[in-house]
Design a protein around this ligand. Structure first.
Ligand code: NI
Ligand code: MN
Length: 225
C-alpha cells in the first residue's frame, strides 16, 4: 500500500490496485497549489464528515473519475442528489470492498455541511487491506473508544489529526497512539490555517520521547505503508 499526502486531511491510498482518496480539500488550500487536482486518481472517495475542509473537492473529482463516495448515510445521500455514486455506511458497520474492508467508526467532533444542514454524525475509517490495518481517524478528539479499537485491531499505521484547536493536538494524539497500540502515526490536519499551525520539531520530539514516531509529510509526498 502507498499513501500520498495532499495537504490538510486529504490523503490518497493505493490499496490492492485501487485508488482511495480521503477527505479531498485541495483546490482552496494555498499550500497545495502545486498539486494538480485533475490528475489525482480516485476509484473511491472516503469522507469522514461533512465539513467544508473535508468535502470541498468531492464533486469535482468524482464527476471526473466516477469515484464512488463512501461515507455516512447523510453525506452519501447529499452527494447522491448531485448524481454522484455512493456507498452509505453508519457507525460500527463494515463492508468488504474490492480493495479491502472498511469499518466506519466513531469520532468525537461535529458534522454539518457548509450551508448548516445536517451531515450525520462524524466518523473515521478502519481500512484493512493487503494484510494491514490502517486507522483513518478523521477529525476527532481523544476518546475512550480508542482503547477498545486498540484491543480489537492490530494497527500498522494511524492517520491522526495533530493540529489542535478543532481536533486533538499532538499531545493527545500521542496518548491515542498508546491506547490504539501502534507506534507509527502520520499526522494530518495541521498548518493549513492559523489555528492549527504546529511546531514540527516539538511535536516529533514529543513523540520520540514516548517511543512513538510522528511522520509529517510534505504536500505531494508519498510513502509506503
Ligand atoms: Ni471538521
Ligand atoms: Mn477539519
Amino acid at each position: 500500500m502507498k499513501l500520498t499526502f495532499y495537504g490538510h486531511a486529504s490523503v490518497g491510498i493505493e490499496a490492492n490496485g485501487k485508488a482511495l482518496l480521503v477527505d479531498p480539500f485541495i483546490s482552496a488550500n494555498e499550500q497545495a497549489k502545486h498539486i494538480n487536482i485533475d490528475a489525482i486518481k480516485a476509484d473511491y472517495i472516503l469522507i469522514t464528515h461533512a465539513h467544508q475542509d473535508h468535502i470541498l473537492d468531492v464533486e469535482r473529482i468524482s464527476k471526473r473519475t466516477g469515484a464512488k463516495v463512501v461515507s455516512n448515510y447523510e453525506i452519501v445521500t447529499h452527494f447522491g442528489a448531485k448524481d454522484l455514486p455512493g456507498h452509505p455506511m453508519n457507525h460500527g458497520g463494515k463492508w468488504n470492498f474490492e480493495f479491502g474492508t472498511l469499518k466506519y467508526v466513531n469520532a468525537v467532533h461535529s458534522s454539518s455541511f457548509p450551508d448548516g444542514s445536517y451531515g450525520g454524525n462524524p466518523g473515521g475509517f478502519v481500512l484493512t487491506s493487503e494484510g494491514k490495518n490502517i486507522y483513518l481517524a478523521g477529525d476527532t478528539a481523544l476518546m475512550e473508544d480508542m482503547k477498545s479499537m486498540g484491543a480489537q485491531f492490530d494497527f500498522d499505521w494511524l492517520v491522526l489529526p495533530v493540529g489542535d484547536n478543532f481536533t486533538m493536538g499532538y499531545e493527545d494524539a500521542a496518548i491515542a497512539a498508546e491506547w490504539l497500540g501502534c507506534k507509527k502515526v502520520i499526522g494530518i490536519h495541521f498548518d493549513t490555517f492559523g489555528y492549527i499551525e504546529i511546531d514540527h520539531q516539538a511535536a516529533q520530539k514529543y513523540f520520540s520521547e514516548r517511543g512513538l514516531s510522528l511522520t509529517l509529510l510534505s504536500i505531494g509526498e508519498t510513502i509506503d505503508l
